[in-house]
Write a protein that binds this ligand. Structure first.
Ligand code: NAP
Length: 243
């Protein structure tokens, strides 16, 4: 299981309860990842070749890509490596969030366009992107940025005006409304992750009438996809019965 999401953790619980032998893989982006109820490993595999080697050495028969929709490199590598190693691949995915009546979303295709979309007068920006890409926003130094991070940054971000909030999701709507009010946030920048693990900020922005700069998802390889942990278990069982 390629993890790192709320949905992946829920799947790990279901896999453990079903007694399926599985390993949970983390990239290693946070200092102390959530402990899973199945064995876990941490760190990159070393590209496609490294993943093919790992699959063979560990006699892996099934790979579930339950990574974040923005972890496009890992998803591409999994697709190539599974084809090369002859291993079955399934993606556990979630639908993107959609704007509702009253929402003011500016859709942008990537981080660079999100930076550009922040041109203009100084604002107080909730930058809900994790620790990657923070430095890109130094190109719009007029704003005060609120950074919510899993770990306190080792090096201070070079944004001239910012506050760091150290917290680990999932978050709830009341908490995010309180956070946005406390920091007088007037615009939110986030990725269209979809799912329920990270959607509190969208509901909070909606409740407070705040505009959102929504970074749309990168293109991912076409692969078999399901939306629930149960569907993953059914897929594993189907392969076992079919064998
Ligand atoms: P990425 O750009 O797609 O992946 C870069 C490299 O990190 C991969 O080539 C792989 O290294 C390694 N990697 C990524 N996910 C891995 C995993 N689950 N197990 C082992 N190695 C992994 O990924 P990313 O966007 O940096 O995301 C990293 C992790 O954080 C993912 O597992 C994702 O689910 C989670 N996450 C990402 C976001 C986001 O916004 N991108 C948000 C929440 C959680 P090698 O090539 O060496 O194998």
């Amino acid at each position: 299981m390629l993890g790192g999401t709320t949905e992946a953790s829920a799947l790990a619980r279901a896999v453990a309860d079903a007694g399926i032998a599985a390993t949970f893989s983390y990239a290693g982006r946070v200092d102390s990842p959530k402990v899973q109820p199945i064995p876990q490993r941490v760190g990159g595999f070393g590209g496609v070749a490294g993943l093919v080697r790992y699959l063979r050495e560990h006699n892996i028969t099934h790979v579930v890509d339950a990574t974040h929709p923005f972890a496009a490199q890992m998803s591409r590598n999994a697709d190539h490596a599974c084809t090369e190693a002859g291993v079955a691949l399934l993606a556990l995915t979630r639908a993107p969030w959609a704007a509702e009546a009253g929402d003011t979303w500016t859709h942008v295709p990537d981080i660079a366009s999100a930076v550009e979309a922040l041109g203009g007068i100084a604002r107080r920006v909730m930058l809900a992107l994790g620790r990657m890409h923070i430095e890109d926003f130094a190109a719009q130094p007029q704003h005060h940025y609120v950074l919510r991070l899993v770990d306190a940054p080792v090096q201070q971000p070079s944004l001239p005006h910012h506050s760091v909030v150290v917290a680990r999701g999932p978050f709830d709507v009341a908490g995010d409304i309180a956070l946005f009010k406390e920091h007088a946030v007037d615009i939110v920048v986030c990725k269209n992750a979809g799912g329920v693990g990270a959607d509190a900020k969208i509901h909070a922005a909606r409740a407070l009438g705040l505009p959102v700069v929504m970074i749309d998802r990168p293109a991912l390889p076409a692969r078999r996809e399901v939306a629930t942990a149960q569907a993953v278990l059914d897929w594993v069982a189907e392969a076992q019965h079919g064998a």
